[in-house]
Design a protein. Sequence first.
Length: 211
Amino acid sequence: MDRVIEKKRWNNKKTFTLIGVLLLAGLIGGSIYFTAGGSKLNVEAERITVSEVKKGAFQEFIPVNGVVLPETTIYLDAIEGGRVEEKLVEDGAMVAKDQPILRLSNTDLELSLVNQQTAVYNLLTQMQIAKNAAQQNTTQKLNQKTDVENAYKEAKRVYDLNKYLYEQKAIGLQEFKQAENTFNYQVARMKLTDEILQQDASSNAQQVSQA
């Protein structure tokens, strides 16, 4: 005899699905409840600062690590190189015109300056020696001129006297010619001495101007 089989309204699949939906709804509801409710934070009393609330501009700063670069960079070059002995101005400091910023030392340059000073000293010494020699030479020439002048005066006196005596027939021609030749010699000697002194004076003046 046939019997009617009743159809099951719930199977396992539907049951598990319903349970999952209920759990998900409970989880969401619990999250909303706990987050929406008042939260509590325990803070020590010493760490609490009470201040008056004022209306104003909001100020906040954000620390940023970076490198500060100058707006303008000027590189200086020394005419003569060397070793830095002392730094007189620190980086970033304000400097004025003609203010020293470094003290350099250059052994080769110092040695060169010493050699130049020695050469100049030797040159000055040689010039002084030459000047002294020129002065001594001039003095000697002046003494010689004095002797020449005396000899010239004596020769002229004898010549004038013998000329008068010869005209008076008191002496012969030979004695007169001897006095005349001596006088002419002293005249030429006097002229030569004057020319030598003029040349020495010009040479000394040129040496002084070149010094």
